[in-house]
Design a protein around this ligand. Structure first.
Ligand code: ZN
Length: 178
């Protein structure tokens, strides 16, 4: 009897011993009396053993655990289609509303012709930014009131380039004077 065979026999016996609790659990599963803890215990006991001796007997360690060779053909279908589905069913969409304001209580921006929903003090995000900037540079028009009525305030065109710097300087002067 070769050393190799003796070794294999020894392992085989060891596996027999290790497998006994598994058989017990399987029997209880068949009777419907198994508890998951027992199953987990067996799995934990078998895990290292399977890794070490499994290859000796040509056993395949589950590909999921090892990341080694999968069989021919396509891998099992991903479950993305199942998990992705429920979100669409819920109805309400999240996120900001598109431009159509006023439909369900959201005020429109105070600036005439803007049409975006108001975000802050009656102004849309962009026009509130503009309002803040005008305020900071002492150029806020008197009709740019907080919470002005929707679509009621004339937008103003800001000067550009040199005219802009001039206007800013003038406004700053006025601001300091006032
Ligand atoms: Zn606006």
């Amino acid at each position: 009897m070769s050393v190799d065979k003796a070794f294999r026999d020894m392992i085989r016996n060891e596996i027999e011993v290790q497998l006994k609790p598994l058989r017990d659990v399987v029997a209880r599963l068949e009777e419907g009396t198994a508890d998951l803890d027992a199953l987990r215990n067996v799995a934990e006991r078998l895990a290292p053993l399977a890794e070490v001796v499994g290859p000796l007997f040509g056993a395949q360690i589950p590909a999921a655990a090892k990341g080694v060779r999968r069989g021919p053909g396509r891998p099992p279908a991903a479950r993305s289609s199942v998990t992705a589905a429920p979100a669409a069913a819920g109805g309400k969409r999240r996120g900001r509303k598109p431009a159509a304001a006023g439909a369900d209580g959201a005020r429109a921006c105070a600036i005439i012709g803007c049409g975006k929903p108001s975000r802050t003090k009656g102004y849309c995000a962009a026009h509130y930014q503009k309002l803040r900037m005008l305020e900071k540079t002492h150029r806020r028009p008197s009709d740019w009131k907080d919470y002005a009525d929707p679509d009621s305030v004339d937008d103003i065109k800001l000067p550009r380039g040199r005219a802009a710097s001039k206007a800013l300087a003038a406004a700053a002067q006025a601001g300091h004077a006032g």
